[in-house]
Design a protein around this ligand. Structure first.
Ligand code: GTP
Length: 602
């Protein structure tokens, strides 16, 4: 297709503002799918994505649209993930486009996530087409939102399209705006090949499928190519695009977006942001902006039933086939037996993997406290030299007497909230050792910028923020590097035995409060036994908090486990079904939920 007839764009929207619904409408309007095929949202095609209504993997579709000028355009719509955990993938998708539709909910207005993505989009020199969606809602205030887009984002919204993706209003106007406002791509089709690897995923029939944006030259079937960052070479066996059905084509030329396959076995070999060129007479310089993605949040995952270790290995392996950004290695724990230490891009990413293992692979899991990666400088000891180590697991915390310095990762967070929740949010940030950088008011809302230690954020910061703001505050962050911290390892002892799955690295200043809270929680979460159970939090050998679970009274036991056979049987059945999953610690049973529940700060 002639470059002048191509438009590459993405859709920027806050979660739930209607990105997928709009994408579906655009596909329907341009005739990519029949009514029946439209029955399910097409772009969000994973179950969990559907249920949670969030986009995880970027997908792209090619639409053919005959505009009012009588010409038929090739529109490539790039779907981008809608969550902070996947910021790098977003940046690569944006780099593959010349423009973006900015979708803002007419009732909700501009949110922090939207801001972060718009700024990125502007950095990529995008032409931004504002769309005010959900104008069908009774609470819609399109004029106020138009003003917000201008005041907060600083772009002209006078020609913003008023739309309802749900009722199909404004769809034709949006397509016209894409053609008239967003510039066509540039690119020399006779130059050596340079294609950007935008995304990759595993397809059971096609193997690893790679989404590319051709920047220069032409990519075609049979071409011998190399991945400049990955350092591997491959023979291209398919070239095509999604309409959204998979369609094969001879070639993709500069300016176009589509997919290739090249008999690649694992997505790990196809790194997002890599440059693909020909082995012979290829480009000499790779595209800018490549970054190796690194997991930032780690946790242990153990099967509840130790016999399911191999099944867990198998399931994790299968998930990893499709997600190169999560990592795993075997781990063994005194209390939990064999399992895996897994690394994720963020907490949502962790939860997605955990949920997929539970649902798709039917695994019963114990997940240990999430932890970030600490850098520890060790002194020289009598037997070992001074050294530096990266700590992923509190269980590997070294001998404290050898620790010279611990550095922890920090982030810069942007929070956007209606005024009324400001006080509680500032308190939350303050409690989490935050350093306030900025506080500004725009309209009736506040925009707050804080520096925060990542370890104070990973567990439940986002949940807390949502709950204290009744869902109105939005949150976005970027990592800003490591800083020295006064950090210690806090152990939890149940009946005088350390429970390693509950140990965590905490700041000394908050250790006592956190320890007390954990003990109080566990006291409620661990059922009574026939004997008294002390629950303690300790730093080194020093106990900093303590609770006691009273012993069960005799008559209570009798009621539960006495002669009533049918009742006993019911209990056993229930246990079989996995409703009362317990883990034995010495002679104490700890319910599975306790591991995660105890960590929520409440
Ligand atoms: P993510 O995939 O999480 O980024 O969400 P999204 O932006 O794709 O939102 P989605 O399209 O899934 O829409 C979120 C909800 O808003 C759904 O329940 C839609 O039915 C609803 N919705 C989308 N567009 C409209 C609209 O124009 N009017 C109304 N009333 N509801 C809409």
């Amino acid at each position: 297709t002639d470059l002048a007839l191509i438009r590459n764009f993405s859709i920027i929207a806050h979660i739930d503002h209607g990105k997928s619904t709009l994408a579906d409408r655009l596909i329907q309007f341009t005739g990519g799918l029949t009514e029946r095929e439209m029955s399910a949202q097409v772009l969000d095609n994973m179950d969990i994505e559907k249920e949670r209504g969030i986009t995880i993997k970027a997908q792209t579709v090619r639409l053919n649209y005959t505009a009012k000028d009588g010409l038929t355009y090739q529109l490539n719509l790039m779907d981008t993930p809608g969550h902070v955990d996947f910021a790098y993938e977003v940046s690569r998708s944006l780099a593959a486009c010349e423009g973006a539709l900015l979708v803002v909910d007419a009732a909700q207005g501009v949110e922090a996530q939207t801001l972060a993505n718009v700024y990125q989009s502007i950095e990529h020199d995008h032409e931004i087409v504002p769309v005010i969606n959900k104008i069908d809602l009774p609470a819609a205030e399109p004029e106020q939102v138009r003003k917000e887009i201008e005041d907060i984002i600083g772009i002209d919204a006078s020609e913003a399209v008023l739309a309802s993706a749900k009722s199909g209003i404004g769809i034709a106007e949006i397509l016209e705006a894409i053609v008239t406002k967003i510039p066509p791509p540039k690119g020399d089709r006779d130059a050596p090949l340079k294609a950007m690897l935008v995304d990759s995923w595993y397809d059971p029939y096609l193997g690893v499928v790679i989404l590319v944006r051709v920047i220069a030259g032409t990519i075609r079937k049979g071409l011998h190519v190399k991945f400049m960052q990955g350092g591997t070479d491959h023979l291209i066996d398919r070239v095509g695009f999604m309409s959204p059905k998979i369609e094969q084509t001879k070639e993709l030329a500069a300016g176009e977006i589509g997919f290739i396959t090249a008999q690649i076995k694992e997505v790990a070999q196809a790194k997002v942001g890599d440059t693909i060129t020909t082995v012979k007479n290829g480009a000499t310089e790779a595209l800018a902006g490549f970054k190796e993605v690194q997991p930032v949040v780690f946790c242990g995952m153990f099967p509840v039933d130790a016999a399911e270790f191999e099944k867990l290995r198998d399931s994790i392996g299968k998930l990893r086939l499709n997600d190169a950004s999560f990592s795993f290695e075997t781990e063994s724990s005194a209390a939990l037996g064999f399992g895996f230490r897994c690394g994720f891009l963020g907490l949502l990413h962790l939860e997605i993997i955990q949920e997929r293992l539970t649902r798709e692979y039917d695994m019963d899991l114990i997940t240990t406290a999430p932890s970030v990666v600490y850098r520890i400088q060790l002194n020289k000891s009598r037997t070992d030299p001074a050294q530096e180590l990266m700590l992923h697991n509190p269980a590997d915390y070294p001998d404290p007497s050898r620790i010279e310095q611990i550095d922890e990762p920090w982030i810069k967070a942007t929070i956007y909230t209606p005024d009324e929740y400001l006080g509680s949010i500032l308190k939350l940030c303050q409690d989490r050792r935050g350093i306030q950088l900025d506080l500004t008011y725009v309209g009736g809302r506040a925009q707050i910028t804080y520096e925060l230690p990542l370890n104070e954020v990973v567990f439940d910061f986002y949940d807390r923020l949502k709950s204290i703001s009744r869902g109105y505050a939005s949150f976005d962050y970027e990592q800003i590097g490591l800083r020295e911290g006064d950090l210690v390892k806090m152990s939890i002892l149940v009946n005088n035995e350390p429970v390693d799955a509950l140990s965590m690295i905490v700041h000394r200043g908050v250790a006592e409060a956190r320890g007390r809270h954990m003990c109080e929680r566990l006291k409620d979460l661990i059922p009574r036994h026939l004997f008294k159970i002390p629950v303690q939090a300790a730093i080194g050998g020093k106990v900093i908090a303590r609770e006691t679970i009273a012993a069960m009274r005799k008559d209570v036991t009798a009621k539960c486990y006495g002669g009533d056979i049918s009742r006993k049987k019911k209990l056993l059945d229930k246990q079989k079904k996995g409703k009362a999953k317990m883990r034995e610690y010495g002679n104490v049973s700890i319910p599975q939920e306790a591991f995660i529940a105890a960590l929520r700060m409440g």
